[in-house]
Design a protein around this ligand. Structure first.
Ligand SMILES: C[S@@+](CC[C@H](N)C(=O)[O-])C[C@H]1O[C@@H](n2cnc3c(N)ncnc32)[C@H](O)[C@@H]1O
Length: 298
């Protein structure tokens, strides 16, 4: 906390997430809506817009979706390991966006119908996509990992229905499908995709892994796939010829890793889902663009 008093004021300033256009059909734990204005600034600070923008731990993919929608890069590739989430991106970016949008609008919401859909197995890809969106909307905190409970008392006492906005979700899906020529999805390992594209000098990489480094377990409850070799991720990041931006929890172990690999870092203020103010750590090759944004003389 003490360290914060030395920060330029822009990194103190908390982005009001209500000012960021919501494009994802997910309400994603650890979602980076709050980072979107900084992502714009980062990409606009590059000499040229990236030819390819990779979001390699995509989850709800608000960053990649924004980059594609605002044409901040020529093309965007999302990568995600979780098959539930993958089904959604594959459906929308394949041919099933319209089916999914319609299924959402037509669903008769009742706790019996919800439990029926969520108890089924052997689903087709588009059925899995629908079940994932539904589960994400009715589970506490949007958590899809095993063990997550349902929302109980939600906004306006609507309980489990409190985050089910069928028209809005359907519109978001249509909007993503409309720009799918600028978006690709890979169901796979983000680390491998980073390695495969390490020599792409005109690529940019957004790296938002589960926060399980340095003994922190915050990410393990939130995601089905939370095991990650963080040391190896930093080693791979060091080989990237394109620019990258990583986000992590701001703890000593992570700062040590960043220092060891010669990266620049800056804590940044945000509010977590419980509206508590905290800081996360941005890590990159050079974060002067972040510091310069409010202090042009920097
Ligand atoms: C912090 S969340 C990403 C949140 C996302 N940036 C957003 O704004 O919604 C981390 C994601 O990484 C995924 N993940 C974990 N290991 C992975 C791997 N090896 N490759 C790709 N994705 C992985 C998890 O399933 C989870 O969705």
């Amino acid at each position: 906390m003490q360290q914060l008093s030395f920060l330029p004021e822009n990194t103190h300033k908390i982005i009001n997430v209500a000012s960021v256009k919501q494009r994802s059909p997910f309400r994603y734990p650890g979602g980076k809506t709050w980072l979107v204005p900084r992502i714009r600034r980062w990409l606009l600070s590059l000499l040229e817009p990236p030819g390819e923008f990779f979001e390699v731990f995509a989850g709800g993919a608000i960053v990649g979706l924004t980059v594609a929608a605002e044409e901040l890069a020529a093309h965007v590739t999302l990568v995600e390991l979780d098959e539930q989430i993958a089904a959604v991106w594959q459906a929308i970016l394949g041919d099933e966006g319209e089916w999914l949008a319609e299924a959402i609008v037509e669903f008769e919401f009742s706790s019996e119908n919800v439990e029926h859909v969520l108890s089924r197995d052997s689903l087709s890809q588009r059925e899995q996509a629908f079940a994932t969106i539904l589960r994400n909307r009715v589970n506490h905190g949007g958590i899809l990992a095993p063990g997550a409970g349902r929302i109980r008392a939600g906004e306006g006492s609507r309980g489990m229905r409190s985050r089910w906005y069928p028209e809005t979700l359907s519109q978001r899906i249509h909007n993503i499908a409309a720009i799918r020529d600028r978006l690709s999805f890979i169901h796979g390992d983000g680390m491998q995709v980073l390695c495969e594209h390490a020599t792409d000098a005109d690529a940019a990489f957004f790296i938002d892994p589960p926060y399980t480094a340095a003994g922190k377990r915050a990410g393990s409850r939130l995601y089905t796939y939370h095991e990650l070799d963080h040391e190896n991720l930093f080693c791979i990041a060091e080989t990237l010829q394109g620019d990258f931006l990583m986000t992590y929890d701001n703890c000593q172990g992570v700062r040590q890793l960043a220092r060891k690999h010669g990266f620049d870092m800056e804590p940044i203020a945000m509010k977590n889902t419980h509206h508590a103010q905290m800081t996360e750590l941005l890590i990159g090759k050079n974060l002067d663009w972040l510091r310069q944004s409010i202090h042009p003389q920097f």
